[in-house]
Design a protein around this ligand. Structure first.
Ligand code: 4AD
Ligand code: MG
Length: 479
């Protein structure tokens, strides 16, 4: 018989129907006469309760039905006597498809720590928590494409291997086929990349923006959605060496349009999760509430679903960097020396503790900070008329800090070239980029949303390693 998915059984299964389900055992409990098996097939957070009469199956079969075992069950749907589900499955035949030896299977029906499950990243999707996270992750991917498609944006695949360093940050992973030992040297005694695969140095991309800009100058509204790589040695709960980024780029658009787009985009995604992932969100919310029971009341975070609604329903604060600095200088934690990095004055680069102070203490809402000093931002951001600040914007979220970074771009070629000279960006390697300003350039703007930072916010998880299937962080590249 064809397999019916448990999601559809629980939604619209008819009492009396004869069905087959296939999935993995979450738990089995039972008495001498009857066993109850909670079966999950990934289609929903909810399990289907399978009732197996001992006399029908015998002890030998039943004792193999352990957590993690793959089963096929055929039987009749009956109204459930227990609470929590409308129907359950009275088993007529049970097929053990794949055994999970309880002596060896690491995932047991008890509470495992997230740290332990991180080491078991190949098995953790079998837990309720991680299956919920990864169903939501899929829903967010789908919603991102929907949002842009509905608004007439085109998706562009920008390169993953590149010879340009978009952020000018120099924290890139090199891509080479040269031998690590005895690499060929040139006359200056340096590695001779002319003998390398591409005939010059190449890296994994840190951002698709610069190539995205080229396409925005033709298709007008584009977005990229791809993996990005940063070799920064940041071992925090918000940094990955490999993460996914969404980067829209829009022609004939300025900083205000860009902020509107970013705010609409984030609200759309949060509303999508509320509309389509409620079962999983409810599960994660309960989990968080349970976890936070041990914390003092004032340290507990807002309940997950209320928090998502709150952000979706309220306007974000929009504030220039200069005003944020004023607020931070005069803030209690700064005066009392509570910040790890004291805010000394205009020009201070903001750390996540400052960003979170603004969002969580000062405004209690997401904040978009704009017009940062040019010294702490990338070369491509448009210089403001004061000559000091650039048309940058960072969107700051509770618990996360920076979730989006973006700007209006410098479209005036003389100004752009002067900025590149100031920042020692080799113009001769970027002629292709400068061409967009030489030929039919126009005001344009865009931003980058860190996909895993969005996932942290939507799931309420505390560590970015728990919202990506296989995390890559300093000294960690398993699987
Ligand atoms: O602020 P960033 O560096 O901006 C850019 O890369 C621009 N090119 C974007 C653009 O204007 N098109 O990065 C954008 C976002 C950050 O706000 C953050 O959410 C995320 O990417 N991000 C990271 N996420 C996880 N791990 C890291 N190491 C991250 N670095 C940045
Ligand atoms: Mg940034």
């Amino acid at each position: 018989m064809k397999r019916t998915e448990i999601a559809s059984v629980l939604k619209s299964g008819q009492v009396g129907a004869e069905i087959t389900v296939k999935g993995w055992v979450r738990t089995r409990r039972g008495s001498k006469n009857v066993n109850f098996i909670a079966l999950n097939d990934g289609s929903t957070i909810h399990n289907l309760q399978v009732v197996a009469e001992a006399e029908l199956f015998g002890e030998d079969l039943i004792k193999n039905i352990n957590t993690g075992t793959a089963l096929g069950v055929t039987g009749t749907l009956v109204a459930s006597a227990g609470s929590g589900q409308a129907v359950e499955l009275n088993a007529r035949t049970i097929e053990v498809i794949g055994l999970a030896d309880p002596e060896k299977y690491p995932i047991q029906p008890k509470r495992h720590t997230l740290e332990f499950l991180r080491e078991m990243a190949h098995l953790r999707p079998r837990t309720a928590t991680f299956s919920a996270i990864f169903r939501i992750r899929h829903a967010m991917v789908y919603a991102i494409h929907s949002f842009f498609h509905e608004r007439g944006f085109y998706n562009v695949h920008t390169p993953i291997i590149t010879s340009s360093d978009a952020e000018g940050a120099g924290e890139m992973f090199r891509v080479t086929v040269l031998p690590a030992e005895n690499a060929p040297l040139n006359e200056e005694g340096k590695v001779d990349f002319s003998q390398d695969f591409f005939g010059k140095p190449a890296n994994l991309t840190v951002s698709g923006q610069l190539e995205g800009e080229l396409f925005a100058m033709a298709l007008a509204k584009i977005y990229t959605f791809g993996p990005t790589f940063r070799a920064e040695n940041s071992n925090t709960s918000r940094h990955l060496a490999e993460f996914w980024m969404i980067e829209p780029e829009v022609a004939f658009s300025d900083l205000n349009d860009n902020m509107d787009l970013a705010e609409d985009f984030l609200k759309y995604l949060i509303n999508y999760a509320l509309d389509h992932c409620m079962d999983d969100l409810q599960f994660l919310s309960n989990r968080l509430t349970e976890e936070e029971k041990n914390k003092p009341v004032e340290q507990r975070s807002m309940e997950l679903i209320s928090k998502l609604r709150f952000v979706a329903e309220n306007d974000f604060v929009r504030l220039p960097y200069s005003q944020a600095i004023e607020i931070l200088i005069n803030s209690k934690p700064n005066k009392k020396g509570k910040f790890q990095y004291p805010v000394t004055g205009y020009g201070t680069d903001l750390q996540s503790e400052h960003e979170r102070y603004l969002v969580e203490q000062e405004f209690k809402k997401p904040v978009i900070l704009t017009n940062y000093p040019k010294e702490i931002k990338a070369f491509y951001m448009r210089l403001d008329d004061n000559g000091k600040t650039v048309a940058a914007m960072d969107v700051l979220f509770p618990q996360i800090g920076e979730i989006i970074g973006g700007s209006q771009r410098e479209e005036r070629i003389e100004v752009l070239e002067a900025r590149m000279d100031e920042m020692n960006i080799p113009k001769h390697e970027m002629e292709w980029y400068l061409d967009t300003r030489r030929f039919g350039g126009c005001p344009h703007a865009g931003f980058g949303l860190g996909f895993e930072r969005l996932m942290l916010f939507v799931t309420g998880m505390g560590n970015i390693r728990d919202v990506i299937p296989f995390a890559r962080t300093p000294k960690n590249c398993e699987f």
